[in-house]
Design a protein around this ligand. Sequence first.
Ligand SMILES: *[C@@H]1O[C@H](CO)[C@@H](O)[C@H](O)[C@H]1NC(C)=O
Length: 186
Amino acid sequence: MRVTAVLLVLVKLCVAQDNECGVVQMTQWAGQANLRTDPLHNPVDLVIIQHSVYGACTTDEDCEKTVRGIREYHINKRGFTDIGASFLVGGNSKVYEGAGWSLVGAHTRQYNNRSIGISFLGDFRKTLPTTEVLQATLDLISCGVSHNFVAQNYRLIGHKQVVKTESPGTKLQKEIETWSHWVENV
Ligand SMILES: *[C@@H]1O[C@H](CO)[C@@H](O)[C@H](O)[C@H]1NC(C)=O
């Protein structure tokens, strides 16, 4: 009986992850669904890369703690409806759901209603995320394209290209400028 229950939960988790590109759902890491409601018109054709500066993490436990902390900060201190980014990528190569594919987040003023904002947890001014973390991000975007959440010919930019900020950090910005979908001007 107990084994069956555990198996059912496992099967359910796997199915949910397959449908959502292997993303750790907010219901899993926050124990609550996203409080946002503004629908994002899919497919979006713009992906914006950012870094969180604080909250670098490498273990599942620390990364969950970080995303919970960012969410609490955004809701309680910044007055946001919910966590700002569409997705957050940890040093453990796991992707955490924020506003997700189909809800308007609060990551890049004037671009929120037409883009996905992906935030790398940590400070990437002088160091790069690992190859695995970068690959997890590219896999996320590819999965978004295959589910038609993101347009096939999407353009990708760094946060600093449209907002006065250092984000996503000099080093990470240089890296994404080598990615095939990167564009200089939106
Ligand atoms: C996004 O919001 C701006 C300003 O309110 C509006 O002009 C634009 O049409 C919106 N874009 C989409 C894709 O909804």
